[in-house]
Design a protein around this ligand. Structure first.
Ligand code: NAI
Ligand code: MG
Length: 484
């Protein structure tokens, strides 16, 4: 059979009007960073500089927090809940109207395939605003008593893997609950947050209700340590999550932390293999594996392991790696040179510790940061690649003999964010789901998200939940607590 090639189908870059430089968004306006420092954000698929971004330090954060406090006291906390909800609806609709532009900017800044930003990130971000808009005037049903109150000013720090989506997971519930926010996007992916600032202006959101400050970990730490913040909401590495927990330990600040994961995707002998293989691929190669709930440990029942691995390798050979702006692309660029280095370092320990590496053959572009989809077989529970979050397109394959052994291995991790179960038997699925120590469990599917469904982990995967009533409750308190 002659080789079948896809014609390229690139999305147009012209749709995104990216400015040469961006200032901080404070009090409804773009303002210069006080010290005038800046940093570049690049396109990880080409290494081209996309824009210069203002670098916020302590003074800028102080201004942002003061502005958010004043907007909270004078405007947002006094506004009838129904009116607050209208702004969220407006934001949701504008996100839908500008969806194509947002998808293009997200893909350029992050490296993820346009198909994913177009079909997953942006629609889900809008869905979070729609969902929470409906909550704004129904907070008494959120589970924190009959007179729930906002917390005040919330500091929010988000990572680079789902930039706009993580922003919406944070901002939508915070605003619905009546808080004002200061949000810091990740240093490699600030652009959609800055575009979102324009959406806030377009929606006529009162000045200071949403403030966006850009910078790195030092900026993030300064936000965490600001004395006038009531709550920190963070998504990112477990290491930084622990540092945040330590910094706020002796304060009145509350926190939700969404941290790492090392999810088990368990395939029992009675599973539908072809569907399971699709789920395995989606579980680990979606978004280049830069997913906290990625199914990064595949647990196969021993008697079916060879057959499933063979099917998986065949399927992996069809994954198209390359230009994220091409609508055919399945696997885009790794988000940064640092992340690629981290992925390679941990993967190399797999070789050193005796696991067998296999990568799909593919031509990687010469510019930018790339990694072929990779699996390791012969992995034992002691291997670093079975224990640490790799956060890249690298899958560790382990085997088990009995269902009890599968559960024991799945739970043998410091994390507990998500898990997948593949089986034909409903009773087995329910039995396993009850025994797995993971916040989110998918059966015969993987990586499914909905704003109404709470998301979050056990153990070192974090504190609290995001999404649904549980996520909303994290932005509220009962009246008596506020008066103290
Ligand atoms: P990171 O945790 O350092 O960065 C996430 C966010 O936190 C960024 O906005 C960053 O500027 C900010 N930040 C960094 N240090 C901070 C501090 N001391 N105080 C407050 N904010 C701070 O993650 P990084 O370095 O980008 O990635 C390292 C590893 O973390 C990845 O390989 C992956 O394993 C994990 N990670 C997990 C994520 C998740 O969704 N659970 C997201 C991003 C990274
Ligand atoms: Mg970038």
């Amino acid at each position: 059979m002659s080789e079948f090639e896809y014609a390229s189908a690139p999305e147009s870059k012209e749709i995104a009007k990216i400015a040469a430089s961006y200032d901080l968004f404070i009090g409804g306006k773009f303002v210069k960073a006080k010290k005038g420092k800046s940093f570049d954000t690049i396109n990880p698929a080409t290494e081209e500089v996309l824009a210069k971004i203002a670098y916020a330090d302590k003074l800028d954060i102080d201004l942002a927090v003061k502005t958010a406090r004043s907007a909270y006291t004078k405007i947002w906390s006094k506004m009838p809940a129904k009116e607050r909800g209208k702004y969220l609806y407006r934001i949701a609709r504008i996100l839908q109207e500008r969806a194509r532009e947002f998808a293009v900017v997200e893909t350029l800044d992050n490296g993820k395939p346009i198909r994913e930003s177009r079909d997953t990130d942006i629609p889900l971000a809008a869905a979070h605003f729609f969902y929470h808009a409906g909550w704004a005037d129904k907070l008494e049903y959120a589970g924190v008593g009959s007179k729930p109150k906002a917390l005040g000013v919330v500091g929010q720090i988000i990572p680079w893997n789902f930039p706009l989506l993580m922003l919406s997971w944070k901002i939508a519930p915070a605003l619905a609950a009546g808080n004002t926010v200061v949000l810091k996007p990740a240093e490699t992916t600030p652009l959609t947050a800055l575009l979102f600032a324009e959406v806030c202006q377009q929606a006529g959101l009162p000045d200071g209700v949403v403030n966006i400050i850009t910078g790195d970990g030092i900026t993030g730490a300064a936000l965490v340590n600001h004395p006038d913040i009531n709550k920190i909401a963070f998504t990112g590495s477990t290491e930084v999550g622990k540092a945040i927990a330590r910094s706020i330990a002796a304060t009145n600040k509350s926190a939700t932390l969404e941290l790492g994961g090392k999810a088990a995707n368990i395939v029992f002998e009675d599973a539908a293999f072809d569907e399971a293989v699709e789920g395995i691929v989606n579980g680990i190669f979606f978004n280049q594996g830069h997913v906290c709930c990625a199914g990064s440990r595949l647990l196969l029942q021993e008697n079916i392991a060879d057959e499933v691995v063979e099917k998986l390798k065949k399927r992996m050979s069809l994954i198209r790696v390359g230009d994220p702006m091409d609508k055919n692309t399945d696997l885009g660029a790794i988000n940064s040179a640092e992340q690629l280095k981290r992925i390679k370092e941990i993967s190399n320990t797999g070789d050193a510790e005796g696991a067998q590496r296999w990568s799909a053959e593919c031509k990687l572009p010469t510019k930018g940061f790339w990694m072929a989809p990779t699996i390791f077989t012969g992995v034992s529970q002691a291997h670093r690649i079975a224990r640490e979050e790799i956060f890249g397109p690298v899958l560790s394959v382990l085997t088990f003999r009995t269902p009890a052994e599968a559960i024991e291995k799945a739970n043998n991790t410091m994390y507990g964010l998500s898990a997948g179960i593949w089986s034909d038997k409903g009773s087995k699925i329910l039995w396993a789901a009850q025994k797995l120590k993971a916040g989110v469990i998918w059966s015969n599917t993987f990586n499914k998200f909905d704003p109404a469904s709470p998301f979050g982990g056990y153990k070192e995967s974090g504190w609290g939940r995001e999404g649904g009533r549980h996520g909303l409750a994290g932005y509220l308190t009962s009246e008596s607590k506020v008066k103290k």
